[in-house]
Design a protein around this ligand. Structure first.
Ligand code: PBG
Length: 343
């Protein structure tokens, strides 16, 4: 049979749609701009930076193309770049020399450790940029876990007392925001108490509220050098990827204990969690666009399989759409450059 498409065979779309044509608003760039519901701005960004020993040293992270580890002096340069790009916050992660790692992660409490030196240097040179530091023992322990390991188990309460001291050491070094990523119970409250009683009532806490036991942290563990050291997995403290309600209970606790902001991690596979937490609690909510999410896009782009910058922008706007207020992302400087050019 010959199906023809001459005009009298066209369907009567206006009758079908009741004259509502969704494409009208999408027709021109100015109109798309006018009806846009969500926007990504440089103000939304937190730029994670890996720090190494030495001077004037930069080191590529092989599993994160485009990301480098910086010695403290170059981390200061990066913070200057953040300031000139208008990125509000940098997050510092140390790659601790293996000789300084031990069973109890005691280097975490050393006020002259790499992270503390980086904080002091950045605060002295670039005080306008906010400093976020991770509270967890994994960059410092010989077993790569976030807490203390006793007879094969990550013990909670003893870990919390060390983590609270770690947070204080970081605050003393100039950290503006401490971010417990360890997932021990009660750590937010213990950190708040410890900070407050030492006079650091102004230091903010971003709680890694819903941090899942995820495959998407692989490249990060390479970057901080804890991957090869990790014995077992983190499933007894990080959340089960199958759970949603549990994230709400975690958030309730963190908020009650004094969290100023809550975080969901990873980001992209957990947009539903971001959205539910934001709707339920209305808290400042941070999405952690993890190392694995970064490297997935970079790897595909390097192969010519997708347009890396477009995939990046689309990923980041998805966090805003889900309800995130800010986004911790390795793409931060690149995005900030793009947003700057587009003004
Ligand atoms: C450590 C920590 C991890 C990340 C941030 N802090 C790794 C882990 O929990 O094993 C992951 C970050 C990323 O993948 O970008 N507590």
């Amino acid at each position: 049979m010959n199906v023809s498409f001459h005009s009298d065979a066209l369907p009567d779309i206006d009758r079908i749609t009741g004259r509502r044509r969704m494409r009208r608003n999408r027709r021109t760039e100015w109109s798309r701009r006018l009806v846009r519901e969500n926007r990504l701005t440089t103000d939304d960004l937190i730029w994670p930076i890996f720090v190494i020993e030495g001077e004037n040293r930069r080191e590529a992270v092989p599993s994160m193309p485009g990301v480098e580890r910086y010695s403290v002096d170059l981390a200061v340069e990066a913070a200057r770049r953040a300031r000139s790009l208008g990125i509000p916050v940098v997050a510092l992660f140390p790659n601790t020399d293996p000789s300084r790692r031990d069973d109890d992660g005691s280097e975490a409490l050393n006020s002259a450790n790499l992270i503390c030196r980086a904080c002091r240097a950045i605060k002295a040179e670039v005080p306008e940029v906010g400093l976020l530091t991770d509270v967890a023992l994994d960059p410092y322990t010989s077993h790569g876990h976030d807490g203390l390991l006793r007879e094969g188990e990550i013990v909670n309460d003893e870990s919390v007392s060390v983590l609270a001291r770690q947070a204080l050491v970081q605050a003393e070094a100039g950290s503006d925001i401490v971010a417990p990523s360890d997932m021990m119970d009660g750590r937010v409250g213990a950190i708040r108490e410890t900070l407050d009683s030492a006079g650091y009532t102004h230091v903010q806490i971003v709680a890694y509220t819903a941090k899942y036991a995820s495959a998407f942290y692989g490249p990060f563990r390479d970057a901080v050098g804890s991957g090869k050291m990790l014995s077992g997995d983190k499933k007894t403290y990080q959340m089960d990827p199958a759970n949603t309600n549990e994230a709400l209970r975690e958030a309730e606790l963190d908020i009650a204990e004094g969290a100023d902001m809550i975080m969901v991690k990873p980001g992209l596979p957990y947009l539903d969690i971001i959205s539910r937490l934001k709707e339920t609690f209305g808290m400042p909510t941070v999405a952690y666009n993890t190392s694995g999410e970064y490297s997935m896009i970079e790897a595909a782009a390097a192969n010519g399989w997708l347009d890396g910058n477009r995939a990046m922008m689309e990923t980041l706007i998805s966090f805003k759409r889900a309800g995130a207020d800010s986004i911790l992302t390795y793409f931060a400087p690149r995005v900030a450059e793009i947003l700057k050019e587009s003004v």
